[in-house]
Design a protein around this ligand. Sequence first.
Ligand SMILES: NC(=O)C1=CN([C@@H]2O[C@H](COP(=O)(O)OP(=O)(O)OC[C@H]3O[C@@H](n4cnc5c(N)ncnc54)[C@H](O)[C@@H]3O)[C@@H](O)[C@H]2O)C=CC1
Ligand SMILES: CC(=O)C(=O)O
Ligand SMILES: [Mg+2]
Length: 370
Amino acid sequence: MRIGVPKEIKTNENRVALVPAGAEALVASGHDVFIETGAGIGSGFEDAAYVAVGAQIVPDAASAWGKAELLLKVKEPIAPEWQYLRPDLTLFTYFHFAADEALTQAHLASGATCIAYETVELPNRDLPLLIPMSEVAGRMAVQEGAKYLEKLYGGRGVLLGGVPGVAPAKVVILGGGIVGVNAAKMAAGLGAKVVVLDLSLERLRYLSDVMPANVQLVHSNRHNILEQISTCDLVIGGVLIPGAKAPKLVRRADLAKMRPGAVIVDVAVDQGGCVETIKPTTHENPTYTVDGIIHYGVANMPGAVPRTSTLALTNATLPYTLQLANKGWKKALKDNGALLKGLNMSGGKVTFPGVAEAFGMELTDPSSFL
Ligand SMILES: NC(=O)C1=CN([C@@H]2O[C@H](COP(=O)(O)OP(=O)(O)OC[C@H]3O[C@@H](n4cnc5c(N)ncnc54)[C@H](O)[C@@H]3O)[C@@H](O)[C@H]2O)C=CC1
Ligand SMILES: CC(=O)C(=O)O
Ligand SMILES: [Mg+2]
């Protein structure tokens, strides 16, 4: 099969969808791999490293897209890339369709087959291709939150861990999944007082066994959320209903109850965010202020640490990429139920419930394509 890997063009997105080790595995299986020149540079992989394992370097995005039957990316194709979409192309990348109707319409109209990393789901409900980036973003959320709490950035001027004689900061984490756990570990390690809220009592029980003593576990409901955010310094948003729009747990009016200069890092922004006032921002311009509360809404946080993120992401994606390449998408999805959950659309039809619900579109059973 012909596999294309373009350079990511979202601002400050330095990840790449395939590393030389992955290219080597695909070439060894008899595939032709086309890498856009410079695609790996941001993650520390020179063109020569791909050539050394048998991949071919192509001069521009049009060639990487044009030669591909299977196109590998990290982020969703953005508007300048939509011209390359076509019915006989299979895309394997993050899409987050439910948060973006224009993105959804453009892909639907193209007829392309779109398999979303973020909705590939194992029988135990783990999301194996989202987990590594949620680990990165959860850890980063604390780093970023700590930075914007500094006075220089408009924050309350609070040090997360405090010092002897001065109480530490309070960090409230909405959602105790992968983002939540990783944020909690980092914040707790710095000495903050941490509160994690989740809907799932089973999850809270598990967290109570593995989290340190400075992490409190609280059931997520409207009353508890308001009580917790009104006395905190940093809120981290990490709730997810896979593939669907995130529920709005913090409303605009709630900001008035928070402390001025408190910070919200809404990691869930890629699915629309769990804070009503969040909107997607970029690494160049990551924050804005609403009612005295600093909002951070970068939708590709792991792009800031591309070396770590690319390696972590491709460790997880390569086994699935190999299945798609070796078998073709229909057979690969038929043989692997986890990968079938990744199918969001094909031939102009939506096949993922959360996307159909978000925009009132008709839902087609994914297995009808196999
Ligand atoms: N901004 C960025 O750069 C990145 C964003 N993300 C996003 O972060 C979000 C979270 O991802 P994960 O932690 O991997 O998901 P996850 O599925 O591991 O965890 C989500 C948690 O939210 C909980 N939850 C659902 N509804 C809730 C409610 N009403 N109140 C409290 N908890 C609730 C669930 O029980 C679950 O434990 C996703 O939208 C993901 O796409 C992930 C990586 C990078
Ligand atoms: C999960 C995601 O959207 C990202 O890593 O950018
Ligand atoms: Mg994202």
